[in-house]
Design a protein around this ligand. Structure first.
Ligand SMILES: Cc1cc2nc3c(=O)[nH]c(=O)nc-3n(C[C@H](O)[C@H](O)[C@H](O)COP(=O)(O)OP(=O)(O)OC[C@H]3O[C@@H](n4cnc5c(N)ncnc54)[C@H](O)[C@@H]3O)c2cc1C
Length: 501
């Protein structure tokens, strides 16, 4: 936590954890002169998680979405990583999602690299294969229950920033132009973000790979239950089961580099799969086929005054590693409690707390660009030397446990931690695991959206005040370490020795 703690914090003592977030049936009333406290632009996964968190905390939220209200059954993302499932668990949403998805515990990359996700130190030691629209359905339901004012068919066209508010220009579903005045605006409006453009931030980067083909198909021959990726110099392919009989196939052929709008048929996908995986598994009945290119771009800053960027509006990269939606949801979880603290007047140093969103999440975005870029470049390795280097790297990662643990920590998000001030306790900034406490699991206690202070029964640690309410919880053992866990599950403050397990 980089924000200086509040002097007016409140402690909430609970003996039984509440397992659902406090639902507000109607939007919270914004302050005088404002149409809303926070205007969130873009109802993709990032925007809906953020808006739901803010509304559950009692902040007035309006969520604009350019599209009309209809969800398609076409999915971009299809994998939810362990850290994202933990964040959803802290909102009471993970178990339902897991029930409808397919957990995959093994990743097999480039024939020689096997990653065993079942070793992840998490309640969710797997990659959950589930369509993006299932995640969106859950987040939309929660946001509506919490009182978010959804405005579908409404497009943001411009912003005017001042010291005390932001005025958004919008076009409503009837084509009428109007304005909305908000305290803060968050752009979760995807790669071509109108918010990013309105605040004049560039989106520098490069196009990494062109002409990737994607197909959701049925197969006559069932592949072994692993997610597989392989590259053979001039082609690579990837295949993963949705768990309901459908499979996602992605492939690339160096010999056929064409524009995104060039038609793609199932024969082209079959041909790539045969080259890269040795078989096309008898693919048939494609429900979606598409061709796309992939960029690596990141906004140099995630904040300008009262306006923030999160999700694809802030960073975009290749789908390798399945990180885009996951990173956006983690951005939202980092920003939501900070913004709620500030809007609700609980943060004594609002600017520092709000700045910590960028200082924590920008480096994570940059690391995701690097790791997903490395996977895609390894997949495209062409020369015998490059392919030998890839085999060596794969063999090393498979054989050396700390190296594979680090790779899995990065891909799953479990290994992400935030910087702490020099000389700080070594646990500060680290992810708090789902501790078993006298009052229940930590991630159940976090469903309140508040800080959780964990300490020995009967002890009263001298904790710096937090910018929010604090739930008191206790170890079930004689451990002496005291921890203050932020609402997003990272350790804000610690004292005493020991590592939480
Ligand atoms: C083929 C493919 C496979 C992928 N696989 C994975 C995967 O396995 N795992 C993973 O984590 N990620 C994956 N991704 C990436 C993932 O889909 C995105 O990262 C994710 O959708 C980003 O979410 P978001 O909410 O930030 O933005 P988006 O989902 O793009 O949502 C932005 C929303 O803003 C709305 N909007 C835009 N402009 C305006 C405006 N001016 N006014 C109002 N509304 C506006 C849009 O209509 C849209 O609904 C994949 C992407 C692709 C292309």
């Amino acid at each position: 936590m980089t924000g200086r703690p509040s002097t007016g914090s409140t402690s909430v003592h609970r003996t039984t954890p509440q397992t659902t977030p406090a639902a507000e049936p109607a939007p919270a009333q914004p302050g005088a002169g404002f149409d809303t406290d926070v205007l969130v632009v873009g109802a993709g996964p990032t925007g809906m998680l953020l808006a739901g968190d803010l509304a559950a905390a009692g902040v007035g939220v309006t969520l604009l979405e350019r599209r009309p209200h209809e969800r398609s059954n076409i999915t971009r993302a299809f994998g939810v990583h362990a850290r994202t499932l933990e964040l959803l668990d802290a909102r009471g949403l993970a178990d339902e999602l897991v029930r409808h998805g397919t957990p995959i515990t093994g990743l097999r990359l480039f024939r020689r690299l096997s990653l065993d996700l079942s070793r992840l130190p998490s309640r969710f030691p797997f990659l959950l294969i589930t369509p993006q629209y299932e995640v969106e359905k859950l987040l939309e339901r929660r946001a509506l229950a919490a009182g978010v004012d959804f405005r579908y068919g409404t497009e943001l066209t411009g912003l005017e920033l001042s010291g005390s508010s932001v005025i958004a220009r919008v076009t409503d579903p009837t084509g009428t132009r109007t304005t909305l005045r908000a305290r803060y605006v968050v752009g979760t409006d995807g790669v071509r973000s109108a918010v990013r453009e309105a605040i004049g931030l560039p989106f520098p980067g490069v196009s990494v790979i062109r002409s990737i083909v994607l197909a959701d198909v049925k197969l006559t021959e069932e592949p072994p239950g692993l997610l597989r990726v392989n590259g053979v110099g001039d082609a690579f392919a990837f295949i993963a089961p949705f768990g309901d009989g459908w499979y996602r196939v992605m492939g690339w052929n160096r010999g056929r580099q064409v524009a995104d709008d060039e038609p793609v048929g199932l024969d082209e996908v079959r041909d790539i799969a045969r080259r890269a995986l040795g078989t096309d598994f008898g693919m048939h009945d494609a429900r979606w086929i598409s061709r796309f290119h992939s960029d690596e771009r990141q906004a140099p800053s995630y904040r300008k005054g009262r306006v923030f960027l999160a999700g694809d509006a802030a960073h975009v990269h290749s789908p390798a590693g399945g990180q885009g939606m996951n990173t956006g949801l983690q951005d939202a979880a980092n920003l939501s409690w900070k913004l709620a603290s500030v809007v609700l007047g609980r943060a004594p140093d609002p600017e520092t707390l709000l700045d910590s969103y960028e200082s924590e999440r920008h480096p994570v975005g940059a690391a995701v660009l690097r790791s997903s870029g490395a996977i895609v470049r390894l997949a495209m390795a062409r020369t015998p030397f490059q392919r030998a280097a890839r085999s060596l790297a794969a063999a090393f990662l498979s054989a050396v446990r700390p190296a594979s643990a680090k790779a899995m920590g990065m891909i799953s998000g479990i290994g992400i931690s935030y910087g702490a001030p020099r000389g700080a306790h070594r646990l500060i900034g680290r992810r708090a695991p789902d501790l078993r406490l006298a009052e229940g699991r930590l991630y159940e206690l976090l469903r309140e959206g508040e800080f959780v202070l964990v300490s020995a029964p009967g002890s009263e640690p001298d904790v710096p005040p937090a910018p929010g309410r604090v739930i008191r919880a206790h170890w079930t053992t004689d451990r002496r370490t005291a921890l203050l866990v932020r609402p997003d599950g990272y350790i804000a403050w610690a004292s005493g020795a020991g590592t939480p397990r």
